[in-house]
Design a protein around this ligand. Structure first.
Ligand code: PMP
Length: 410
């Protein structure tokens, strides 16, 4: 007998064989009511859930999709590599091509090491910093997300205090706070890790103060620690050269992943010549880290972004969305905060500390065919055309109207 396929039925089966039915950042149970758990298809900037409902996708799979789902150029590169082999006894020539491309594209990169997920890359970057300095402590911004390994996962379940003992927190955008954190470590700082802007969940986003960016660079130099930029979330959306390049701030090490290969599994650490030797001393590897398909996807993704003005397209889409949402919120009588870069936007409702309005509005958007998130930033892609943004705005407008019918104006 063929099982009927619906989100509800899949959840029922999943509840028996998967802890909690689903776990981690894609667990729909922790979003807003009505969010589907299972998806069956993506094309351009649209996704279809297991019930066959179509959405304009404003999450881009939480970042990885940057050229649009099933981008023809990326899929062709993937198919060609797949036909030749993916997981072989050694990497394919494409590993060297991709490393050369990244070194040519990213001014702070003299070398590249590949892995699979953002957590691999942030962890590996800290290992390089520790190997280079022989030191232990790492300065991290309070509340920043750097992955889900025991040293950084936001939930302490399954971790030991020892695994967190070498972190010292500083407040984002607070240079004096970072200096105080460094002073606490008494000369034992291996690295300062920082995201290019503050994108913590449940909070309005905050762009980096250029003086803070320059200040942490100078602080790292002064204390002989490595400056690590965690560009896993923002990388390739703000500036192909690295997200702090516009500030003239170059890191010693950068962690990359998410958008690097338009949805294929790959991550990377890039670093400077001074850290090449220490990087070489690590034993850091994985069964699937050298698979050629994801590398072929990454090479085509980065080249396509570079050659087709992909970042400008994302910025235009983001600006159109931000302006449209601002006008709609005002016309329906809501005070909203739109924060972060327009390509990685978020909208919150002023004073909505319980997220009641955000939850109601995002559920309504979903019903109107727009997939966005109540408490995590969204992502745009180069596949979002003005017509797609207008389609999304038609849904958000209807959702504002429903929110107004329920709560009245602010
Ligand atoms: N760093 C940042 C800034 C991230 O946003 C993420 C993922 N959300 C990670 C690290 C971890 O990446 P992954 O989930 O691929 O391990």
């Amino acid at each position: 007998m063929t099982e009927p396929m619906s989100d509800a039925h899949l959840r029922e089966r999943a509840a028996k064989v998967i802890p909690g039915g689903m776990y981690g950042h894609l667990n729909a149970a922790i979003f807003a009511p009505g969010f589907p758990q299972f998806f069956v298809r993506g094309e351009g900037c649209r996704q279809w859930d297991a019930d066959g409902r179509e959405y304009v996708d404003l999450m881009c799979s939480w970042g990885p999709i940057i050229l649009g789902h099933r981008h023809p150029g990326v899929e062709a590169a993937v198919a060609a590599q797949q036909a030749a082999g993916d997981c072989l006894n050694g990497p394919g020539p494409v590993m060297v091509d991709l490393a050369e491309l990244m070194v040519d594209t990213i001014p702070s990169a003299d070398w590249v090491m590949f892995s699979k997920n953002g957590t691999d890359a942030t962890t590996q970057a800290l290992m390089v910093a520790r190997a280079a300095t022989g030191r232990t402590k790492v300065l991290v911004a309070h509340g920043a997300y750097h992955g889900a390994d025991p040293w950084c996962t936001p939930s302490l379940a399954g971790t030991t205090p020892n695994e967190r003992a070498d972190l010292i927190e500083y407040p984002y955008n607070d240079l004096a706070g970072a200096e105080a954190a460094a002073a606490q470590a008494d000369g034992d700082v291996a690295a300062i890790i920082v995201t290019p802007f503050k994108h913590d969940s449940f909070e309005d986003q905050e762009l980096a103060d250029p003086a803070f960016a320059r200040g942490v660079r100078a602080l790292a130099d002064r204390i002989g620690a490595a400056l690590v930029i965690d560009d896993v979330r923002a990388g390739f959306r703000l500036d192909l050269r690295g997200s702090w390049e516009p500030f003239g701030v170059r890191p010693d090490l950068t962690a990359w992943s998410k958008a690097m290969a338009n949805g294929y599994a790959i991550a990377a650490v890039t670093g400077t010549d001074a850290l090449r030797g220490p990087a070489q001393t690590l034993y850091s590897t994985g069964s699937f880290w050298f698979s050629a398909v994801a590398m072929a996807a990454a090479k085509t993704t980065i080249e396509t972004l570079r050659d087709t003005g992909g970042l400008a397209l994302m910025e235009q889409a983001g600006t159109r969305l931000r302006e449209g949402l601002a006008a709609q919120a005002a016309s329906h009588g809501f005070v909203v905060n739109q924060t972060g870069p327009v390509q990685i936007p978020w909208l919150s409702f002023e004073g909505d500390t319980t997220l009641e309005k955000a939850m109601y509005w995002s559920s309504a958007c979903l019903e109107e065919g727009v997939y966005l998130h109540p408490w995590h930033n969204w992502f745009l892609s180069a596949a979002h055309t003005p017509a797609d943004i207008d389609r999304a705005l038609a849904g958000t407008d209807a959702a504002f109207a429903r929110l107004h019918a329920k709560y009245g104006s602010d």
